[in-house]
Write a protein that binds this ligand. Structure first.
Ligand code: PMP
Length: 456
């Protein structure tokens, strides 16, 4: 077994300063105003924790960007990557390679229905791009329907489909993308008061949208099974089954984006399993190999695979099914199966996180709503519980975001790194987190919410 990095017994602020200086001089960071950021220099990580060069250790309630589903530096995954590197580090996609075929087999065994062919990509956004291309070629239709409250990735097609305000700057006329409202009872667009109303009205709105767009022009309907970045809104019972019916009725390819929700996050292998729904295409990334080496993909139904049985699929990537990434996937799926990681997420979500967050909501006026499942939870923070006015405005930056910055700083002062997006904090630790670690994280959230309460 490899030597795991240890929390630095002797802090080395000088080394940290050198890492930071080179970063500030040369690394151009995602989604950031380059001079306004102050990235933490990370010295190491293990399991659910990481630490900096100054001797500070943090419990990571974010799983990186919601991807380290088996935690950092899992020895079995690290060893598998090392062994694959020693045996065959890389090989071009046109060849059959053991790590690649084995990863595809293990994924196909777990995906719902007949989603048995795996097209590998480098991450989530390109998986979404390829799912849409497959749907357009399969149907011969141009348009894509996607939800306003969504995130599908940072490449051009995927950002156009995204509803998150990060779309605005790059949306030069979304080629063929039409947005609709998916259900979200807490901020209902449909004046609904119950989940049943929200579900029925959201489906009626969707069918009307399809009718006015012209069903014969719609290739694909793309939804996150449980929208993640946009706020972890678990859809009401019956909604996804209703969408499946509408897609069948109008010949539209149903794509579920499980880049964030897949591979154990919701306490099932795939969130689609929570609802018993089988899409025509399903995208994945992140948790497939806990992000140890970049990997994503599209799981393809028999019917869509048939379209490309005797005519070439016009798309590919140099690193499709990269052996290092696939070896990490084989090992990660093995760890998840052997160590009961999916069951752990389901059990601790239901027995520990859900009840604890609801208890926090009772005591903290800044908590507007608690929602989630498995290791996939959101607290929506508000100024006023009656009016549901968000703690910070939509797309708040700078001073407007001061309350969330204060909340995050308080959590960090308690040794916990929180996920913060707009007026929400997401509780998304690794799926193999322990009950003791969760309790540590929840205690820090309790303290940080007391700071958020001062803004209500
Ligand atoms: N789809 C979903 C649902 C996601 O959450 C993300 C990433 N947060 C993406 C797509 C894009 O994945 P990537 O950043 O790997 O391109």
């Amino acid at each position: 077994t490899p030597q795991l990095p240890q929390p630095d017994a002797q802090p080395d602020p000088q080394a940290g300063a050198a890492v930071k200086a080179a970063d500030r001089a040369h690394v151009f960071h995602s989604w950031s105003a380059q001079e306004l950021i102050d990235p933490l220099a990370v010295a190491g990580a293990e399991g659910a924790y990481f630490w900096d060069y100054d001797g500070n250790r943090y419990l990571d309630l974010t799983s990186g960007l919601v991807y380290t589903n088996v935690g950092y530096q899992h020895p079995k995954v690290v060893t598998a990557v090392q062994e694959q590197a020693a045996r065959l580090t890389t090989f071009a996609p046109a060849f059959a390679v053991e790590a690649r075929s084995e990863a595809a087999r293990l994924i196909a065994e777990r995906t719902p229905g007949d989603l048995d062919r795996i097209f590998f990509t480098n991450g989530g956004a390109d998986a979404v791009e390829h799912a849409v291309r497959m749907a357009r070629l399969h149907t011969g239709r141009p348009k894509v329907l996607s939800a306003y409250r969504s995130y599908h990735g940072g490449t051009q097609q995927a950002i156009n489909m995204t509803g998150d305000p990060r779309r605005w700057a790059s949306d030069h006329g979304s080629a063929g993308v039409v947005h609709f409202w998916a259900p979200f009872l807490y901020r209902s667009r449909f004046y609904a008061e119950t989940e049943e109303q929200e579900c029925a009205r959201a489906l009626e709105h969707l069918e009307t949208t399809i009718a006015f767009e012209g069903p014969q022009t719609v290739a694909a309907l793309v939804l996150e099974t449980v929208p993640g970045t946009a706020g972890i809104m678990v859809p009401p019972p019956g909604y996804l089954a209703g969408v499946r019916e509408l897609c069948d009725k109008y010949g539209i390819v149903f794509v579920l984006d499980e880049v964030m929700a897949g591979f154990g996050r919701t306490g099932e292998w795939f969130a689609a399993d929570l609802f018993g729904v089988v899409p025509d295409l399903m995208t994945f990334a992140k948790g497939v190999n806990s992000g140890y080496v970049p990997l994503g993909g599209v799981a393809i139904s028999g019917e869509i695979a048939e379209t490309f049985a005797r005519r070439p699929y016009p798309g590919g990537l140099t690193y499709s099914g990269h052996p290092l990434a696939c070896a990490a996937a084989v090992a990660t799926i093995g760890v998840m199966a052997e160590e009961g990681v999916v069951e752990n997420a389901a059990r601790l979500g239901a027995d520990v996180v859900g009840p604890a967050l609801r208890e926090l909501a009772e005591r903290h006026p800044s908590v507007g709503e608690v929602r989630g499942v498995g290791m996939f939870w959101a607290l929506e923070l508000v100024r006023n519980r009656e009016t549901r006015e968000p703690l910070v405005p939509y797309n708040a930056t700078g001073e407007a975001n001061a309350p969330m910055a204060a909340f995050a700083a308080a959590a960090k002062a308690h040794g916990v790194w929180p996920f913060v997006n707009m007026n929400r904090t997401h509780v998304v630790p690794p799926c193999n987190v322990t009950e003791a670690e969760l309790k540590e994280g929840l205690a820090a959230l309790d303290a940080a919410l007391s700071v958020a309460d001062t803004f209500t």
